[in-house]
Design a protein around this ligand. Structure first.
Ligand SMILES: [Cu+2]
Length: 361
């Protein structure tokens, strides 16, 4: 089919990479981007994240499901880079390999621009299409609405041998901190024969857990950059359902607890000081999914006070389970006295990638 030769994406990516360093993007969440957009999420250095994006059609009145899964594993590197791979086992991206495996290897970085815009630059290699792919995603929060736009380029689009480019846009309307309504549309722009991809559904932050989930309907295929740029090829007249589940895996230290389990946490935290412990020797601001400062030094017998300034719920939980704060809504504070010298690493129950340490001298 006739395809127009397109400008290569690396120039755009290089421009994005030259931008000044910016604070880390928000933790990964289905409330941050609709299912067919890459979004601007990043994983904190030294931690990993797993995403399961599952699409399926229901046949014979539900007697049979045909599945189109995409597994994503992402690892945070120094310099705020995130590397990962997307593996789809029932790909429809390359016409000669319907139902085959498709793996995409990628590196990504997010940049915060003035005006609240976050820009994500992604460079990828699609092993099935044998294509160097790239995407630039812009994310703009407008009150309750988050709007995203994405430009994509491919050196070998859908294994046709021709370069191509595509664009997609979408948004998430945040009903409250746990629930969003979302949708997206996208299509190849360098050729007109592939059709429009769309999806619509809801995204949920599961209360009291670090996980997010989304449920949606649409006509999309698998969740690689190329797979998200063309409608499904198999069962084209069947509505396709999907869900995406995000699992922050944390870092190696947390995984060591599988082999050396920490003691059970006491049912109540008896040493928690009153909420307005004005005598706290140090304060930790919980803001932009970060404990600031991440490392606090106090003397034995002094207290630390955490104050949540984010719209999202956060908490402070000892790595060894020996103490924890309640869930902190915006404006809530929690204080705790530390009587024994030592190192007290902790994390956020809702976002295990958020970590800090109290050093008691
Ligand atoms: Cu948190």
């Amino acid at each position: 089919m006739p395809l127009v030769r397109s400008p290569r994406p690396p120039a755009l990516l290089a421009a994005a990479l030259l931008l000044a360093a910016a604070p880390p993007a928000r933790a990964q969440s289905t409330l941050e981007a609709p299912p067919n957009l890459k979004g601007t999420w990043a994983v904190r250095p030294g931690t990993a994240s797993f995403v399961f994006a599952h699409r399926f059609v229901s046949l014979h009145g539900g007697d049979e499901l045909v599945n189109f899964p995409t597994l994503t594993l992402a690892v945070g590197l120094p310099g705020r880079f995130t590397v990962g791979l997307d593996h789809a086992t029932n790909s429809e991206t390359v016409a000669d390999h319907l139902g085959g495996n498709e793996t995409e290897y990628w590196v990504k970085r997010a940049f915060r621009l003035p005006g609240g815009v976050t820009l994500g630059g992604l460079a990828a290699y699609n092993g099935l299409a044998k294509s160097f792919d790239g995407a630039v995603t812009a994310r703009l929060p407008l009150g309750r609405l988050t709007v995203l736009g994405e430009a994509r380029g491919f050196s070998d689009m859908f294994g046709t041998g021709d370069a191509g480019f595509a664009a997609a846009g979408g948004g998430v309307l945040h009903v409250n901190r746990y629930l969003g309504v979302m949708g997206d549309v996208g299509r190849v722009l360098s050729a007109d024969s592939f059709g429009t991809v769309w999806s619509g559904g809801v995204a949920v932050r599961i209360p009291g857990s670090p996980h997010t989930l989304s449920l949606y309907a649409g006509n999309g295929s698998v969740a690689t950059l190329q797979g998200a740029s063309r409608p499904r090829a198999l069962f084209p007249d069947k509505l396709r359902w999907g869900f995406t589940f995000t699992v922050p895996l944390g870092g190696p230290r947390r995984w060591m607890q599988i082999l050396r389990p920490p003691p059970e946490a006491p049912p109540a935290d008896s040493s928690a000081a009153p909420m307005d412990a004005g005598a706290a020797a140090a304060s930790v601001l919980v803001k932009d999914f970060t404990f600031g400062p991440g490392k606090v030094r106090i003397r034995a017998g002094q207290s630390v006070r955490w104050v949540n300034q984010d719209d999202d719920v956060h908490s402070a939980v000892a790595d060894d389970g020996s103490w924890s704060s309640p869930d902190l809504e915006r404006g809530d504070a929690f204080a705790r006295r530390f009587d024994t010298p030592g190192r007290y690493p902790y994390y956020c129950r809702q976002h295990p990638d958020m970590t800090g340490v109290i050093v008691v001298e």
